[in-house]
Design a protein around this ligand. Structure first.
Ligand SMILES: Nc1nc2c(c(=O)[nH]1)N[C@H]1C(S)=C(S)[C@@H](COP(=O)(O)OP(=O)(O)OC[C@H]3O[C@@H](n4cnc5c(=O)[nH]c(N)nc54)[C@H](O)[C@@H]3O)O[C@H]1N2
Ligand SMILES: Nc1nc2c(c(=O)[nH]1)N[C@H]1C(S)=C(S)[C@@H](COP(=O)(O)OP(=O)(O)OC[C@H]3O[C@@H](n4cnc5c(=O)[nH]c(N)nc54)[C@H](O)[C@@H]3O)O[C@H]1N2
Ligand code: SF4
Ligand SMILES: [Mo]
Length: 721
């Protein structure tokens, strides 16, 4: 038996750590961190290592499956599965139109460059607006904020970790999540290096998280970030700390913003946020005084009721304190394939160009809010969804109101899942098609290129051949689209060329874009430029520069006149409609607030079948503050019931003083009921049963699900007779 070592990179989460796979007899037998990767330098987390178990999991789906009337599944050939899917889809299309066909693509989809392009291309080819992704439970608000500020949803700032003096981490827990909407391997070391060189890291979070514990912590009430940021801006203007040059030279609406924050004195927001006025003033002054401060927000700032406003205010505060697009501040990457330009070309840089049939909510990057998916299926009328594909997603565990969604799936004329497992969602599908894992496909980090905090590029070949009959998602899309006469491309010209048989594989497409891109070799015209060969010769990846470049934003803004907009009407209206949620931090029936929690050994819903990650009999637990627990008569390990206006779940309590009073923290992605035996056995509950899918409960500017700060009540579960 010969063992071969293959260099690749992990695609579970955003640092994309370098990995070396040991391959024996065509099987991955081990994954270890790549010491030669210039950024991850031999770091990998437990999930990355445990991917070997996912890869070789006996519970993986390796052959197409067709559902029997009794709910069990039988193996069928690809030909049979694709033939039947094509036929049923064709019938739906001719009776109801292309807009009766929808697709939900989940988070792992974003780690493949080909999968999203082909899925969106298929829907555009069909003329269907029913495109849904994990983004409306994650980050759509960030895209919407960038669209409002800069005229392009893809201008996403990242903190200049290597040079910052002060990093404000708002609603993120990078020591566990490893960083998101920024690719920064070895993030823990990088944060400690900030302190090591005399700087500070301040974490703003209702929970004393793993990150907060190692740095400075400011506790606030869930979903009160808008008030906090407005009052920080108030202090900046009130004390004349603003960078007047940056505001007047680069932006419109500075005066409007100043007027908006006028009434938000730190004293007035204290009750809402729980943050003392003195702390607010001090933080604002520190940001203004620092030579390079970065304000970084993530899911804790996205999943509340005003996520777009909060993301907007993070950047506005950075600009107002002279910390945007400068060394050490919030900066903008320059990707070798400029994602913003490519998206612009194919019309994927959109925001608000269409609104959802249900709820009248805006699309973001062409995607509608997944929270309304169930109602789009069950509400009759033109454009009612009758077929749904789900690829690399598990919406039954990740989207609000699992019960409503599960019931809706059962009413579809056709439901197809493309997954590596029989997930909690896939088990409701008519067909489950086996996908390759990331170790079984070549890849390129297209959407992340501009998010590396140190400019970097790499690419990988597949490490092993597909297991069983697994296929890549784009290949499956090609097959299905072909059977209904659609060329899966978002570019009309490509669709026309496709009709006459001229097709481009994803690989050809990406290689061409790389070579004609700003750093490309222009097919040999520019010596030393990037080319596929150059990437192949550097399997560990290439550092492209020492630091991010400052002063690049002006050239990237898409608003007319190239100026940042600090007071668009959408934002002004949002500030004006803010209503205090205190007192009681909730309401009478549901006096507490529930927030989410990510765990080091979980990855959303899909790694709970790894025995290594589940070792030590891991169980699902809700973290409860000791004073709350005492008041409720709950002890550590007790069974509790959590109820909201939308549902109830039961789980176990973990009593800990890391949470502020009145708040509980419960991880999502548990409560399995699929074809993964270890995951099912772990028990736990699906927190999204407690979340609302009602359009009026969704965030208005981006259709974001409200998943942090849900009003709940907690009770001890008495022994039931
Ligand atoms: N180990 C692990 N890593 C992951 C994942 C995983 O499941 N497991 N998931 C990946 C994915 S898909 C993503 S999107 C990223 C997310 O990356 P992060 O956003 O860094 O991850 P979280 O741990 O959810 O951190 C959110 C923090 O916000 C806090 N928070 C909750 N509500 C509020 C609020 O109202 N205001 C403020 N200021 N803070 C609040 C929470 O207490 C929590 O500490 O992580 C990725 N990495
Ligand atoms: N309450 C609450 N809910 C949340 C969140 C929260 O913080 N709190 N976070 C939200 C966020 S940030 C996210 S990103 C979503 C995630 O939610 P989703 O994206 O809907 O689901 P995941 O749990 O990531 O499950 C991914 C599925 O893809 C499969 N899979 C893995 N790799 C591949 C692959 O290469 N190809 C294919 N075809 N399938 C693959 C897995 O088996 C799994 O079934 O959850 C959201 N929901
Ligand atoms: S932090 Fe872990 S899961 Fe994320 S890319 Fe690195 S090794 Fe993979
Ligand atoms: Mo996410």
């Amino acid at each position: 038996m010969t063992a071969v070592q293959k260099v690749t990179y992990c695609r579970i989460c955003e640092p994309l750590c370098g990995m070396v796979a040991t391959v024996e007899d065509g099987r991955v037998t081990k994954l270890r961190p790549d010491k030669q990767h210039p950024l991850s330098k031999g770091f990998a987390c437990p999930k990355g290592i445990a991917m070997t178990e996912v890869q070789n999991d006996p519970d993986r789906v390796l052959h197409p499956q067709r559902r029997r009337p009794d709910g069990s599944f039988e193996r069928v050939s690809w030909e049979v599965a694709l033939g039947e899917i094509g036929e049923r889809l064709g019938a739906i299309r001719s009776h109801r139109g292309g807009d009766a066909i929808g697709w939900y693509m989940g988070n792992p989809g974003a780690f493949s460059y080909s999968h999203p392009l082909w899925v969106k291309g298929f829907l555009d080819g069909l003329g269907s607006p029913h495109y849904y992704t994990a983004s409306s439970q994650d980050v759509s608000n960030r895209f919407a904020a960038s669209s409002l500020l800069y005229g392009s949803p893809f201008l996403l700032p990242v903190p200049d970790l290597e040079r910052t003096e002060l990093l404000l981490v708002v609603g993120a827990n990078p020591l566990v999540s490893h960083g998101s909407v920024m690719s920064a391997p070895r993030i823990k070391d990088q944060l400690h290096e900030i302190v090591g060189r005399g700087g500070r890291v301040v974490v703003i979070d209702p929970r004393r998280s793993e990150t907060a514990r190692e740095f400075e912590h400011v506790a606030l009430h869930p979903d009160s970030d808008a008030w906090l940021l407005l009052s920080m801006l108030h202090v900046v203007f009130d004390e004349g700390l603003q960078d007047a040059g940056a505001l007047t030279l680069r932006a419109d609406g500075g005066e409007g913003l100043r007027a908006l924050v006028e009434s938000f004195t730190p004293e007035s927001t204290e009750a809402e946020t729980g943050v003392p006025a003195e702390t607010v003033s001090r933080l604002a002054r520190d940001l203004a005084a620092a030579r390079g401060a970065a304000i970084y927000g993530r899911t804790g700032t996205c999943l509340g009721r005003n996520g777009t406003l909060v993301s907007f205010l993070l950047d506005a505060l950075a600009l107002a304190t002279g910390n945007l697009d400068v060394p050490g501040g919030l900066m903008f990457g320059e990707a070798a394939i400029p994602f913003d330009r490519v998206a612009e070309l194919i019309g994927a840089d959109s925001y608000g160009k269409r609104r959802s049939r249900i709820g009248d909510l805006p699309e973001v990057l062409g995607a509608m809010p997944a929270s309304v998916m169930a109602k789009e299926i069950t509400t009759p009328g033109r454009g009612q969804m009758r077929a749904l594909f789900v690829s690399a997603g598990n919406p039954v565990l990740s989207v609000p109101d699992a019960e409503e969604l599960t019931a809706a799936l059962a009413t579809l004329d056709l439901c197809v899942a493309i997954d590596i497992y029989m997930s909690d969602t896939a088990r409701h599908a008519d067909y489950v098609l086996p996908a390759t894992t990331f170790l079984e496909r070549e890849d390129f980090p297209l959407p992340f290129l501009g998010l590396f905090t140190t400019p970097f590029i790499n690419a990988t070949e597949a490490v092993v051949e597909p297991s069983g009959e697994a296929r890549q998602e784009w290949e499956i899309v090609e097959e299905i689209a072909g059977r209904v006469g659609v060329v899966p491309s978002s570019v009309l010209a490509m669709r026309l060329l496709g009709r006459v048989g001229i097709r481009m594989s994803p690989r050809r497409l990406i290689e061409t874009l790389l070579r004609i891109g700003p750093q490309g070799d222009r097919f040999g015209l520019r010596r030393g430029g990037l080319s596929p060969r150059k990437l192949r010769e550097a399997p560990h990846g290439l550092l492209l520069a020492e630091h991010l470049k400052a002063g690049v934003l002006g050239g990237k803004i898409r608003h007319r006149g190239g100026r940042i907009q600090l007071c668009p009407p959408e934002i002004a209206a949002e500030v004006e409609s803010l209503r205090p949620r205190t007192p009681a931090n909730g309401n009478g029936d549901y006096p507490m607030r529930m927030i989410g929690l990510r765990e080091l050994r979980s990855h959303n819903s899909w790694m709970h079948n790894s025995p290594k990650l589940m070792a030590g009999d891991r169980v699902h637990r809700a973290r409860v503050n000791p004073d709350d627990a005492a008041g409720l008569g709950i002890g550590d390990g007790d069974r509790i019931r959590i109820s909201s206006a939308h549902g109830e779940i039961e789980t176990l309590a973990l009593v800990t003083d890391e949470l502020i009073e009145g708040t509980i923290a419960v991880p999502h992605g548990w409560g399995h009921d699929g074809g993964w035996q270890v995951a099912n056995a772990a028990g736990g509950a699906n927190t999204n049963v407690l979340a609302s899918s009602e359009p009026e409960d969704l965030e208005r500017l981006a259709g974001m699900a409200h998943l942090n700060g849900i009003a709940v009540r907690v009770d001890a579960v008495e022994a039931r007779s």
